[in-house]
Design a protein around this ligand. Structure first.
Ligand code: AP5
Ligand code: MG
Length: 210
């Protein structure tokens, strides 16, 4: 069987990163995530300025910059889970031109829960593992269970920027959800349970799609 090609859609905080780790562990595919790629290159000079200016305002980084990142990553991947892309219709059309997908899954979580998840998220600055101060705390406060690295808050996880990011999702990315839905390609997954419960539902959909 060839490796699955999975697109995970969902608003900020829906659990795309959390569930992508499960997909990677289970199937050995590549995790292609524009958010992490941009965070690693925040001060890269492009024709459109640096990613930092957009990200710290909660806005989308211009399409040419992210399209380039995704194209290069997908060319190298044998199976993947795509997280955080596409985020507008033009990116969705570009993606359709460069690859096929086995599954397009939308993680659905309500707004109040999203805000609680994001403002409480902590990320290991060594290995990138996600935690939550309340929902997924590490054994020792502020220290990564996996690598002993320091847990930090993302620059864009302040309450004010989180609200801007949720608005950007409603405005720009909801049309992407509608695009796949209208084409009969969208599978909805309830994202409200525990990470393990959400993973059980998502895994079933992946198994059914390949
Ligand atoms: P990006 O990094 O992609 O952020 P995002 O889409 O806003 O999503 P998040 O990473 O915040 O949430 P997630 O769904 O991964 O949630 P997680 O699993 O961590 O993008 C950042 C910025 O980069 C954008 O604003 C934009 O500027 C730019 N950018 C990126 N891609 C772009 C593109 N294609 N075009 C243009 N610009 C782009 O979970 C969140 C928290 O909840 C964690 O603490 C976790 O522990 C906890 N949690 C997870 N699941 C559960 C659960 N089931 N129950 C309880 N808690 C849970
Ligand atoms: Mg993420």
């Amino acid at each position: 069987m060839s490796q699955p090609k999975v697109l995970l859609l969902g608003p900020p905080g829906a659990g795309k990163g959390t569930q992508s780790s499960n997909v990677v562990d289970e199937y050995g595919v590549d995790h292609v995530t524009t958010g992490d790629a941009l965070r690693a290159n925040k001060d890269m000079e492009t024709d459109h300025g640096t990613p930092r200016e957009y990200m710290e305002a909660g806005e989308l980084v211009p399409d040419p910059v992210v399209n380039e990142i995704v194209k290069a990553a997908l060319e190298e991947a044998d199976g993947f889970v795509l997280d955080g892309y596409p985020r507008n219709l033009s990116q969705a059309e570009y993606l359709d031109d460069i690859t096929d997908l086995d599954l397009v899954a939308l993680l659905e979580v309500d707004r109040e829960e999203l805000i609680a998840r994001l403002t409480g998220r902590r990320v290991c600055d060594g290995c990138g593992t996600n935690y939550h101060v309340e929902f997924q705390p590490p054994a020792q406060e502020g220290v990564c269970d996996d690598c002993g690295g320091e847990l930090v808050q993302r620059d864009d996880d302040t309450e004010e920027t989180v609200k801007d990011r949720l608005d950007v999702f409603d405005e720009n990315t909801q049309p992407v959800v509608d695009f796949y839905d209208e084409a009969g390609r969208l599978v909805r997954v309830d994202g409200h349970g525990t990470p393990d419960e959400v993973w059980a539902s998502l895994r079933e959909e992946i198994e059914a799609s390949t």
